[in-house]
Ligand binder design. Sequence first.
Ligand SMILES: Cc1ncc(COP(=O)(O)O)c(C=O)c1O
Length: 392
Amino acid sequence: MKISQRLMQLQESATIAVSNRAAELRRAGVDVVSLGAGEPDFPTPAHIRKHALDCIEAGETKYAKPASGVPEAKAAAVEKLRRENSLEYSSSQILVTVGGKEGLWLAFATLLDPGDEVIIPAPYWVSYPEQVKIAGGVPVFVSATVDADFKITPQQLRDALTPRTAAVIFNSPSNPSGTVYSPEETDALAEVLADRDDVAVISDEIYDRLLYGGRTYKSFAATSSHAYERTLTFNSMSKTYAMTGWRIGYVAGPQDLIRNLGKLQSQTTSGAATFTMHAMAAALTGDQDCVEEMRSEFERRAKVLHARLNAIPGVVCPEPAGAFYVFPDVSATYSRLGVSGSVEWTTRLLGEAHLAVVPGAAFGLDSCVRLSFATGMDVIEEGLDRLERFLG
Ligand SMILES: Cc1ncc(COP(=O)(O)O)c(C=O)c1O
């Protein structure tokens, strides 16, 4: 059967590929340790599960009305954005989506015409370039190195802008690097776009509650009224509330843009499952202690990984400021191991030490590899033992 040209240019997700390879080895009886997946090891908090079950029993099992999100879910998102992000939205500015991923895809498909450029700071989350390409856009990468703490500068952003720029992606806290832009740095990037009325900002804030070292956070849309009018803010229950399998998130932004994203959603997925929308409302309006419990445990793990990785000769690892990933630069070990880059390095690590991590090449930075600490401390310690032996 013929496959479309559009699909032929699409890369498979490297993170999923690593999980699949690790699962294959496990099936063959190999004791594989995985620090690959970006999926919290905690169960979804009990009060959220219970609310969803109650909703199913009460008959919330039909098409959601409206498909763009039941009023309880939209109101909960409005309240969250006001409470935690100092952003004022009305319910008509919220679209409830099938995880953060659907929201992002709807945005690219809504905003981009063929040839439109989208600026993507690298390292980036694996799906951005692929979603941009399938929507007809052209990814324009701006590189941030380990020395720059994986952050792009205002000057780099200015230099990347062209008359064809239609959107800029901003992901803080970042997957894969764990870097977080300070409020001042966020202001400075927004300032660069202050005279570009035609550029939309895709602000992926799905890790905004997972901050370490007492950091404060500023949403891109909160930097100025100009930014507010041009920013789509994406969030999801997946990481903050350990709800990856529920597939529920939301987008907030200018009403007209949100209406158009909703139009596309109504013709494609018809939106998220009704009772998961109610679960989202329960997550956002319920007791937030569960978030702090998970966050503080992630922070404890980040410290262990950071200290032990930096003690390995040839490994340079900035301390993660948010999310649940470390992204050490391991390129100083390439010649010693006789490998050409991060893909070969991670393949050798999996084959010889039975430790699964994701190559930095998948995120646009071949000198690094990504380790997730969304897994138990015992697994992390064992993974680090194996890594030390592999490099030792
Ligand atoms: C930066 C970033 N954005 C979006 C997503 C999508 O998450 P979900 O669709 O589960 O909400 C992920 C998941 O790994 C991510 O890391």
